[in-house]
Write a protein of this length. Structure first.
Length: 576
């Protein structure tokens, strides 16, 4: 008996599944190379883009540096002129006003004296910075600086202020400070013209935004990034770093020192132009394209093979299964667009089906003829045996000797048993086996009618399990049953207080083991007289028939019962 295929093996045994697996494996190297190359290209493109940000930030820093350098240079010149004017405030104011009016790049200029008052201004106003923290810090550490204010003290507009210390050329002592204001829109315009797709900003060492091209009121991405150049050790040629925002997302930031270590230009991808970085199989979205192409190639290859091969194989397999279950199945017709190889297979299959069908019909006809002949043989044998039995009966009537009559009557019973067997063979639905239970029932009934007078008060019990036997076993079993039941009727006795009893049973087990038992009671002889002789020929015949059945014969006897038990193994099994 074939074992059941495990679920996993059954799943993989499908041609469709194996085809998909093998196609995927075949395309895996190409897909892997494509993914690897794409990842490299994407990474290289990102590196080039980041380097481009750094390079463009350096260019923008150069532009801004020129603005601040001009502002610082103008401040140094104006501060020196203002100091030389001394107490001539009117001439100093005129100088400052002329400078501002002559240039569109500056909106204000003014000189602060050591007392913290700005008396010399381009607007003519006097501004007091004596108590401001910025002025006190400047006095303690006088160095050029720049800052952005959203509302200038004079212009009331956003301005970038460049503040330069004025020192004594001989002693280096601080003489005052010169302020030059540049409109912030000019700085932003320069930042935007230098970098259209990257956000730029002027950043102080502590991360303060002095100016940016994201607007005067919005710092954009710079407001979400913890940007402190003083902690990053930015070299003179700039540095590219990745800094997290408030949500933990990394942003590439280019930092370039504008003037020494106190003002920097920062470049960062703008939110509208920053390249999307969507996670896909552990990389960016771009490597997903070759993976999708790999999957698409696998699907297309499978569909092609399925259309050209698998569908035709399934149709052919279905037709073969149908032919196996339906011998009258029609020819297999291949689709018109099927490959030429499958057309050839279909033609060969149809030719084979025709040949098999023709041979099967011929064999069936031959079997039917042989079956008819065999039934006719059994019928003729049965008729001949009945003729012999009739001749014996005529002879019995002409013999005067009682012993001779008994002997011939036993012979006649055996001949009739053989006749009954051949009748069962040709009248049954099958010739290769006989229903042994029905045959035994008929034989036992015939023996009882002959061996027991109609007036005999005998209990007869017959219990026979359904059993199919081939003729080679059915014949000796039937003859053995004839002899055994005849002996039972001969030696039948009545136990004290009980009726005489004969029991015949045929028991079949699952292992094709058969037990045939004939039992008769013993005791007081019945009132009738049996016509069976007492020769030992019956015992010898029983042993011979048991030997033909390859069975084991035993006798169980006591004062009340006598049992003949035969055990053998059936060749064809139980009846359905």
């Amino acid at each position: 008996m074939r074992g059941r295929i495990p679920v996993g093996k059954f799943w993989f045994s499908s041609l469709r599944t194996r085809l998909i697996v093998f196609l995927s494996i075949a395309l895996l190297p190409i897909g892997s190379i494509a993914v690897y190359q794409t990842v490299r290209v994407v990474n290289e493109a990102e590196r080039l883009a980041e380097r481009d940000v750094l390079a463009r930030t350096v260019r923008a820093a150069a532009e801004l540096q020129s603005i601040l350098q001009r502002a610082f240079g103008a401040g140094e010149g104006l501060g020196a002129a203002a100091y030389q004017e001394g107490s001539n405030t009117r001439d100093c104011i005129a100088t400052m006003a002329h400078f501002v009016d002559a240039s569109l790049d500056y909106t204000f200029a003014g000189f602060i004296e050591l007392d913290g008052r700005m008396r010399c201004t381009s607007s003519g106003e006097t501004i007091d910075y004596t108590d401001t923290v910025a002025w006190r810090s400047f006095v303690e550490d006088p160095r050029p600086t720049a800052f952005v204010t959203q509302r200038g003290d004079v212009s009331a507009q956003p301005v970038l202020v460049a503040f330069v210390p004025i020192l004594d050329p001989d002693t280096g002592a601080l003489l005052g400070g010169q302020a030059v204001s540049t409109p912030e829109w000019l700085t932003e315009a320069l930042l935007e013209s230098a970098m259209q797709d990257v956000a730029l900003a002027l950043v102080s060492p502590d991360g303060g935004i002095l100016a940016s091209n994201t607007g005067t009121t919005s710092t954009g991405a710079f407001g979400r990034i913890d940007l402190r150049p003083e902690n990053l050790q930015v070299p003179a040629d700039g540095r590219l770093v990745e800094l997290p925002d408030s949500e933990g997302e990394l942003w590439p930031v280019a930092l370039v020192p504008l003037i020494e270590d106190w003002i920097f230009v920062a470049g960062i991808w703008g939110e509208a132009t920053r390249p999307a970085s969507v996670s896909f199989f552990g990389s960016h979205v771009a490597p997903g394209f070759p993976i999708l192409m790999w999957l698409a190639t696998t699907v297309v290859a499978y569909l092609a093979v399925n259309s050209l091969v698998l569908q035709n194989l399934r149709r052919l397999s279905w037709r073969m299964r149908r032919f196996r279950s339906d011998h009258n199945a029609m020819h297999f017709v291949m689709r018109a667009d099927a490959p030429r190889e499958f057309q050839t297979i279909a033609e060969s299959y149809n030719a084979m089906v025709d040949r098999i069908t023709e041979d099967r019909n011929t064999l069936q006809e031959n079997v039917r003829e042989k079956e008819l002949l065999l039934r006719e043989v059994h019928h003729r044998v049965k008729n001949n045996l009945q003729l012999i039995a009739s001749i014996l009966n005529m002879q019995i009537r002409n013999i005067a000797s009682p012993d001779a009559k008994r002997i011939l009557a036993r012979v006649q019973d055996r001949v009739m048993s053989l006749s009954t067997i051949h009748k069962a063979l040709y009248s049954g639905s099958r010739l290769d086996c006989v229903r042994a239970d029905r045959l035994l029932a008929e034989i036992i009934d015939g023996v009882m009618n002959v061996g027991l007078p109609s007036s005999a008060d005998v209990e007869v019990v017959v219990d026979l399990d359904p059993l199919n036997l081939d003729p080679d076993q059915a014949v000796p079993l039937s003859l053995l049953a004839t002899e055994a039941v005849t002996n039972a009727t001969k030696h039948l006795g009545a136990p004290s207080g009980d009726r005489p009893r004969i029991a015949v049973s045929l028991v079949c087990s699952d292992e094709d083991k058969v037990v045939f038992t004939v039992t008769n009671t013993r005791g007081k002889e019945p009132r009738h007289e049996t016509a069976i002789d007492g020769s030992s020929l019956g015992a010898r015949l029983i042993e011979a028939f048991a030997s033909q059945l390859a069975g084991r014969l035993r006798v169980d006897a006591n004062d009340r019962e006598y049992s003949l038990v035969l055990e053998f193994r059936a060749h064809t099994g139980h009846a359905a």
